[in-house]
Design a protein. Structure first.
Length: 218
């Protein structure tokens, strides 16, 4: 029972610290200590220690001769993630247009319909869920386990860095429209168009997140 509570608390602490680092509350180069974080968050050092271990695995912090130092996320990190995604997701969309069976196509239609519904309702949490579902099922529809296993962690990482983007009504509507265009190309079995619209979608997402995080780097 105690172990379960400790794990749950460590998860909460990890999410809190991850958000604070990505939002810039703890900027690049800041030193974090277990004692300071324990006092700020009002928890014991055990969940703090576990959270710091996970943050180090995510390369958001590093042990230095000064202590635990914040690395955060750089503009180049984000650019690299999206540049890799646009090339591989374009390929995945092309393969999905060529390979997706009827069940996969119907599932993508359902997801895009729901995304549009939640976008109209301005339901940010469900919009994020539908975005995740769309990209997962797009990768899966390529019938390439290698692409699926390569793209999933990249998409998850990108999602962490664009949390504010889904709360932006204009970008949310634009993203839904872009998913609809990708879907239409897949339904038409048009691999060229599926790849083109997917690349445009990733480029727009990249521009959106870089613009929204610009103040953290200026």
């Amino acid at each position: 029972m105690n172990n379960h509570k400790s794990i749950s608390l460590a998860d909460i602490v990890f999410e809190k610290l991850e958000n604070d680092i990505l939002s810039g509350k703890y900027p690049y180069g800041e030193i974090l200590t277990e004692g300071r974080l324990s006092e700020e968050l009002g928890v014991s050092r055990t969940p703090i220690r576990e959270a710091l271990r996970r943050l180090e695995a995510e390369h958001l912090i590093a042990e230095t001769n000064k202590g635990v130092t914040v690395l955060g996320i750089t503009k180049k990190d984000i650019s690299d993630i999206f540049d890799i995604r646009l090339r591989l997701e374009g390929m995945a969309a092309r393969l999905a247009a060529e390979n997706a069976d009827e069940a996969a196509r119907e599932n993508l239609v359902r997801i895009v319909d729901l995304q549009e519904f939640y976008t109209e309702k301005q339901d940010a949490e469900h919009i994020k869920d539908m975005d995740n579902d769309f990209h997962y099922n797009l990768y899966k529809s390529s019938n390439s386990p290698v692409l699926l296993n390569t793209l999933l962690p990249l998409h998850k990482k990108a999602q962490k860095y664009r949390k504010t983007s889904v709360s932006d009504g204009s970008r949310a509507h634009q993203s839904a429209d872009e998913h609809r265009a990708i879907l239409d190309a897949i339904l038409a079995r048009d691999g060229d168009l599926a790849e083109k619209t997917t690349v445009e979608h990733i480029l727009n997402a990249k521009e959106s997140i870089l613009n929204r995080r610009k103040q953290n780097w200026d």
